[in-house]
Design a protein around this ligand. Structure first.
Ligand code: ME8
Length: 519
């Protein structure tokens, strides 16, 4: 057994959520995909640290709290618990649920500020501009549009107000060349490529210095030695990735082990913050840069943007109550190529549940296992000589781990699942061709071999789908007689299922979705 200390570390994060409103499917999508990544790496033998949490400062939060008659702290305490419950519901296997109101985070944000200041990158000036409270961002005149006398951000369609205040600035303009050089030498830093290209061309157009403090409210991390200033919420928020692994103690064990992060998983609306500001802050502070920023797309309900006014915002809890957690997890990761925008609908979810999970995987497992139960006393048989057809299936299955790993390493989850389901499709065809139910009478030894091959495909698939459908995969591995622990790690894939293993009575693992009867 490898001890934790010998394993290769892998550090991944999600964006930290603004907890002002109710959790929606977009949040669940991000948590589920990051969770699948974390689980995959653990099963593949890595020492994983998975950070997620809530982004609790800023004017928007302060305003929402006031509207609800609560102090900002009371409000975020209540809302952080709502998000903790969502993680519970989704089975997110995080290692820390960070809150930017945690005391160690204040220390981290102050330290990062001081480092940037020490590098000569922070100066005091006055800021005037169009400010969006919702986005916590300033927009230049040409990034705005006026409708009915109200000014909006072209990009995010949020309302803007003219704001003038004394502010500290970060010398972002000084980082243009260094950022471009970094992108050039690290082509994998931003993904997918088409989203990274947008970032690169934004930087090529030239960068302005960034206003990084606010004096108009006090719900934030105080700027060191600058009474009246709190940090711009994005400086504070991005620092969470450092706090999570022990910063500012750069000699601490977690920091030395896990920093720099292997991947930040985020949505497309915040790519500039992560792929421009964040690396610039880190360069200024003399800290290493994350390996990769993976930018996912947005999910829409039936192709329509989710919004409260349209009444089409789906709560993760409702979706899970209707279809079950694993079906939702599988659907999200299989349906949309990660990075692209996508859509969900009842029909699409049911289609995936019934065709992929219930038919291709569930039926194959159930049919082979019940034949073993009925004809072989539930004992995994010894195979005879493998035929060409057996070999073809076994070889395809043996190649799966490498293919799936290569896809997961690029967060190409749908491609990984496609590879698995291609082998399942071939195995279903093999099972139908070989017709073990006929062989039962004509050639029982051959029937045993066909069942053996099929069971080993189902076992391999059961192991590989654990990151995506953890509870169902565990049930499947139970009925295949695979004990928890070592034999469920990916390293166990190379050792075929052991003849003689006594299997428990088979139970169906992936139920079909049946429409409820009309009332
Ligand atoms: O941006 N589909 O928080 P947030 C998919 N606090 N993903 C979506 C989505 C949708 N419809 N809507 C939002 C923030 N997201 C900041 C992050 S990180 C240092 C600070 C994604 O609650 C969004 O892109 O608005 C982001 O990655 C995450 O949900 C949280 O968004």
């Amino acid at each position: 057994m490898t001890s934790a200390s010998e394993k290769v570390p892998f550090y991944l994060t999600t964006a930290i959520t603004y907890p002002n409103g109710a959790p929606h499917i977009g949040h669940a999508y991000e948590y589920i995909s990051a969770d699948a990544m974390a689980r995959f790496k653990r099963l593949d033998g890595f020492d994983v640290f998975f950070l997620t949490g809530t982004d609790e400062h800023g004017l928007k939060i302060a305003q929402t709290a006031e509207k609800e008659g609560l102090t900002a702290k009371e409000f975020v305490d209540r809302q952080a618990a709502v998000y903790r419950d969502v993680h519970e519901l989704l089975g997110t296997s995080y290692d820390r649920l960070i809150r930017t109101t945690d005391s160690d985070h204040y220390a981290a944000a102050s330290d990062l500020w001081k480092r940037m200041e020490g590098a000569g990158d922070i100066y005091l000036d006055k800021y005037e501009g169009w400010y969006s409270v919702r986005d916590e961002a300033y927009y230049t005149e040409d990034e705005t549009v006026v409708r009915d006398g109200v000014r909006y951000s072209k990009e995010t369609d949020t309302e803007l107000t003219w704001t003038a205040e004394e502010s500290y600035f970060f010398r972002l303009s000084a980082y243009q060349d260094r950022l471009l050089a970094y992108y050039e030498s690290h082509p994998e830093f931003g993904a997918p490529q088409y989203r990274f290209n947008e970032v690169i061309s934004f930087v090529k157009h030239g960068l302005e210095d960034l206003s990084i403090s606010r004096t108009s409210f006090d719900w934030g991390v105080p700027v060191p030695d600058a009474p009246g200033h709190v940090m711009y919420v994005w400086v504070d928020a991005l620092t969470n990735y450092l706090t999570g692994v022990g910063y500012p103690d750069t000699d601490s064990e977690p920091f030395r082990k896990y920093w720099p992060a292997d991947v930040h998983i985020i949505g497309k609306d915040i790519s500039r913050f992560h792929a421009i500001y964040w690396p610039a802050f880190l360069m200024s502070a003399g800290l290493e840069l994350p390996q990769r920023v993976m930018i996912h797309g947005f999910l829409q309900n039936n192709g329509v943007k989710m919004s409260k006014s349209l009444g089409n915002v789906v709560a993760p809890a409702d979706m899970i109550a209707q279809y079950g957690l694993d079906s939702v997890r599988y659907f999200f990761l299989r349906e949309v190529p990660y990075g692209a925008d996508g859509s969900y609908s009842h029909e699409a979810i049911v289609g995936r549940m019934n065709a992929d999970l219930a038919n291709n995987l569930g039926n194959l497992a159930q049919r082979s296992l019940s034949m073993v139960a009925k004809n072989l006393d539930g004992v995994v048989p010894s195979p005879g000589q493998f035929s060409d057809a057996d070999r073809a299936i076994l070889d395809a299955t043996a190649g799966l781990l490498a293919a799936v790993r290569a896809s997961f390493d690029k967060q190409e989850f749908s491609r990984a699942l496609e590879a698995i389901w291609t082998v399942l499709g071939d195995t279903n065809a093999y099972f139908a061709d070989q017709a073990p139910w006929v062989l039962r009478k004509t050639d029982p030894a051959r029937m045993a071999t066909v069942l053996y091959v099929t069971l080993d495909v189902v076992r391999t698939v059961g192991l590989l789908v654990q990151p995506v459908v953890p509870a169902s995969a565990a049930k499947l591995l139970d009925v295949l007689g695979q004990p928890e622990g070592e034999s469920r790690q990916f390293a166990a894939i190379a050792t075929p299922i052991a003849p003689g293993t006594q299997l428990p009575a088979p139970v169906p693992v992936f139920p079909r979705y049946e429409e409820p009867a009309e009332a």
